[in-house]
Design a protein around this ligand. Structure first.
Ligand SMILES: Cc1ncc(COP(=O)(O)O)c(C=O)c1O
Length: 453
């Protein structure tokens, strides 16, 4: 596959000045230091088709991270590109002061799939804004700035969402407009309750939630914010029944549940269109972003009419609901449904997970393989222990790249590989990735074992 001509021309120029190295130098002189780049020699992705991308280094890679899960159905999808092109020739922007047909149509589809009675939808431009909007609504409705969040959760980079993020590495400030209490997330591998069987584990977490509400709050609580599967948290996935018990406790105290589905929505978990439904729980609000427009900026919140309409002042998002993003999202959802990508996520996800579990069974550097659908985490440890191995995750990314595979990284301690390809991934591509990951993890275990001798 050839990169588009425009990139070939630019790459040719940059090759003379050092290619990605020259771009990296320019990047470093003008971009924030805290905006991390993957790889010792960072990569520019210049084009893509399906699940493959071409790098500025001229190599083709199998993409199993999909631009941080935003490239939800793959690169250069004809139907989505065409919808964007057609809309951009009609009108790029009008603002929500005018009727936007595609916005209404998308809201209708999301409202229907949300399971929320008399649902209303508000569109913004990112996941952080989506969660901010939900926090604004819930704190206003409940007249409280007390929020429950989960340990290991990630909800964004804005002031309010950083305050609800339960991962130190992503918590840039402790200053907060909210009073946040962090409950147990169901991240079992490192939990003090981790040794318990599922039911007892869930009960222990729910009891702890009740104790926290009784001891750390004044009783009136805006909401609980939770990811059905923790994304940045390394795809920590609570056992079946966990969220059902947590929701019972929340209901006792009249605490609405906001499901942050920025990563888990649209069928990626395989088991349901929205991840919280896969846990058999109906949330009071759902936040979404990332994959909905297959990579174009989009986000939003869906909740019941009373909650949505509790604001007494005006509120607006100038570019939220813009016709190009709406058209891209409608085309993306159509593609997901027409190709039954939820079923594909379930089938290929189950295959990937069982193959990775088999690899892990005799690889001492893998502590746990977990996840749901196409959200699979591989937690790395020092061989023979449960000690975290964050540098091993960085090494794995490098080795995988060398073998032509792009994967992600996450976890509370940065020691989890994230395997999360676009939902259109085929079984053959999954098989290819498994073959590469087998070699990567074997190489890693050999390196770690010899380093410790
Ligand atoms: C669950 C979750 N919520 C919110 C966000 C924030 O989204 P954005 O980066 O679009 O602001 C993210 C981003 O990774 C996320 O994973």
């Amino acid at each position: 596959m050839q990169p588009p001509a425009i990139y070939v021309a630019r790459m040719a120029t940059e090759e003379r000045t050092g290619g990605d190295a020259a771009l990296l130098k320019r990047h470093k002189s003008v971009m924030p230091d805290w905006m991390a780049l993957y790889y010792d020699e960072p990569l520019e992705i210049v084009s893509g088709k399906g699940r493959r991308v071409v790098g500025g280094d001229g190599r083709t890679y199998l993409d199993f991270f999909g631009g941080l899960l935003a490239t939800m159905v793959g690169h250069d999808i004809e139907e989505i590109g065409e919808a964007i092109r057609a809309q951009s020739h009609r009108i790029l922007h009008s603002s929500t002061l005018y009727l936007i047909r595609s916005q209404v149509e998308l809201a209708e589809r999301i409202a229907e799939r949300s399971g929320i009675p008399d649902a209303r939808v508000f569109f913004v431009n990112s996941g952080s804004e989506a969660v901010e909007a939900a926090l604004l609504l819930m704190t206003t409705r409940q007249r409280s700035n007390q929020v429950l969040a989960l340990r290991g959760g990630y909800h964004g980079r804005s002031f309010g969402t950083v305050a609800t993020t339960g991962i130190r590495a992503w918590s840039a400030t402790s200053l907060s407009p909210l009073n946040v209490t962090y409950a147990h997330s169901g991240y079992r591998y490192r939990s003090p309750f981790g040794h318990l069987p599922d039911d007892a584990f869930n009960r222990a977490c729910a009891d702890e939630l009740r104790t926290m509400i009784e001891t750390a709050t004044s009783g009136s609580i805006a909401c609980m914010l939770a990811e059905p599967v923790q994304g940045a948290g390394g795809f920590a996935t609570p056992p079946p029944g966990f969220f059902r018990l947590m929701k019972q406790v929340l209901d006792e105290y009249d605490v609405p549940l906001v499901s942050d589905e920025v990563q888990s929505g649209w069928g990626r978990t395989g088991a349901a269109f929205f991840g919280m439904h896969a846990h058999d729980v109906q949330p009071d609000a759902i936040t979404f972003a990332k994959g909905l427009a297959n990579g174009l900026a989009i986000g939003g919140v869906v909740t019941d009419a009373t909650t949505m309409n509790c604001l007494e002042a005006n509120s607006i998002s100038t570019a939220g609901g813009n016709p190009v993003a709406m058209s891209a999202a409608l085309a993306t959802l159509r593609y997901v449904e027409d190709h039954d990508l939820q079923a594909n996520a379930e089938a290929v996800g189950a295959y990937l997970r069982s193959e990775l579990e088999a690899i892990a069974a005799d690889n001492p550097a893998v502590g746990e393989v977990r996840g749901m659908g196409l959200m699979i985490g591989v937690e790395l440890v020092r061989p023979g222990t449960r000690d975290t191995a964050p540098e091993a995750a960085a090494q794995c990314l490098e080795i995988a790249r060398r073998h032509g595979l792009l994967i992600g990284r996450g976890g509370l301690y940065g020691n989890v590989l994230r395997v999360t390809p676009p939902m259109s991934v085929t079984r053959e591509e999954a098989r290819e990735a498994v073959g590469i990951l087998r070699e990567v993890l074997a190489e890693l275990a050999a390196l770690m074992t010899s380093a410790e001798q």
